[in-house]
Ligand binder design. Structure first.
Ligand SMILES: [Zn+2]
Length: 350
């Protein structure tokens, strides 16, 4: 992994190197490459999602360019999925992109099984309902988003026994929402909604908190944002299906060995990496019977940028809690350090 490339998100405590590895191991299917799918695809690509599927039947039209930043004037007349794949690979050549050049229908539901999350970036209710059904039948979480003039709504549906799209809008065919298509939209409104969808996808895939059992309603004309609780309808047909759950990744990337105080000195040659980011705790070196000459002090947040000063010998990482040292060990492993250990906190306290 190119740690430096993603360093600005890796140094976020809530996300970390584990979040990046989870993204790298994730697969997202985007249905629709219009005003929502275009920004969502760009942001998921540059964030480092490992595999992205793109589903769209359409060709680029001049009227798309006002709100679909994946395409340029030179692309008019070409298939969106083909242009999008090429452009996204220019943004990040290290991801896999699968394309599906057709209208989405239930005959494609098997494809969903290859993905961890399905993004609804469609612009019509029949497709949305079909997608909801396909997600129910395959047990996949469904990140719904729609826009109407200056408003957007976003919800993660069909997840962990939560509601599905039909719970949310049981009779949408007959409601006023059914007629709200093609009422006009400003490009940035679609852009904000699509980027919000990418944000929730990243949070979901990297095991952060996300919009669960709530619908986010954004009014960009009045500057209002509402987070509305939504519930599963006990009468809804979704009760016949198993609900999806978040994929648990057991990537071997996360396997880094710990070490105890006693065992450090059994290592033939080693340096200590102190990631606590302050100067006041030299006592730990006494406790560990270490010479400070063999200690490197690098704050965890600076580690992606400064790890190259470390020798490629055994590295023992210490911090005031084992979890940050473990994060640092995973990070160093991604930077091709092969003999990395983190000191267990309990041992350190003794
Ligand atoms: Zn339902």
């Amino acid at each position: 992994m190119d740690v430096k490339r993603f360093s600005r998100q890796i140094i976020l405590e809530e996300f970390g190197i584990e979040g990046q590895l989870l993204l790298q191991n994730s697969k997202v299917l985007i249905i629709g490459l219009g005003g929502l799918g275009s920004p969502a695809a760009i942001y998921l690509t540059i964030a480092g999602v490992g595999t992205i599927g793109l589903f769209d039947f359409d060709r680029v039209d001049m009227s798309n360019l006002q709100r679909q930043p994946l395409y340029t004037e030179n692309d008019v007349g070409q298939y969106k999925v083909e242009v999008a794949k090429k452009r996204l690979e220019e943004f990040n050549k290290n991801i896999y992109i699968n394309i599906y050049k057709d209208y989405f229908n239930l005959s494609y539901k098997e494809i969903l099984k290859d993905y961890d999350l399905i993004l609804d970036c469609s612009d019509n209710i029949p497709t949305r309902k079909m997608l909801n059904q396909a997600c129910l039948e395959t047990g996949k979480p469904f990140l719904y988003c729609s826009i109407d003039q200056f408003t957007a709504q976003i919800a993660l549906l069909n997840y962990d026994n939560g509601p599905c799209f039909d719970c949310l809008y049981p009779n949408i065919e007959n409601s006023s929402l059914a007629g709200c298509l093609d009422r006009g939209v400003l490009g940035p409104v679609a852009g904000i909604a699509g980027i919000y969808q990418a944000l929730e996808a990243i949070k979901f895939l990297s095991n952060m908190d996300f919009l669960k059992d709530h619908l986010l309603y954004i009014d960009l004309l009045q500057h209002k944002m509402l987070k509305l609780k939504i519930q599963k309808n006990s009468e809804c047909h979704c009760n016949h299906y198993y609900s999806s759950s978040r994929k648990k990744i057991s990537a071997k990337d996360f396997d880094v060995p710990s070490i105890t105080k006693e065992k450090i000195h059994q290592l033939k040659d080693f340096v200590v990496l102190d990631i606590r980011g302050d100067d006041n705790n030299s006592d730990i070196y006494d406790k560990l019977s270490l010479s400070t000459k063999r200690v490197y002090k690098i704050d965890l947040k600076e580690l992606p940028f400064r790890a190259d000063i470390l020798p490629k010998s055994n590295v023992v990482i210490v911090c005031s809690s084992g979890s940050r040292a473990r994060q640092a060990a995973i990070l160093l492993k991604q930077l091709s350090f092969s003999n990395v250990y983190y000191l267990l906190w309990d041992e350190f306290l003794e």
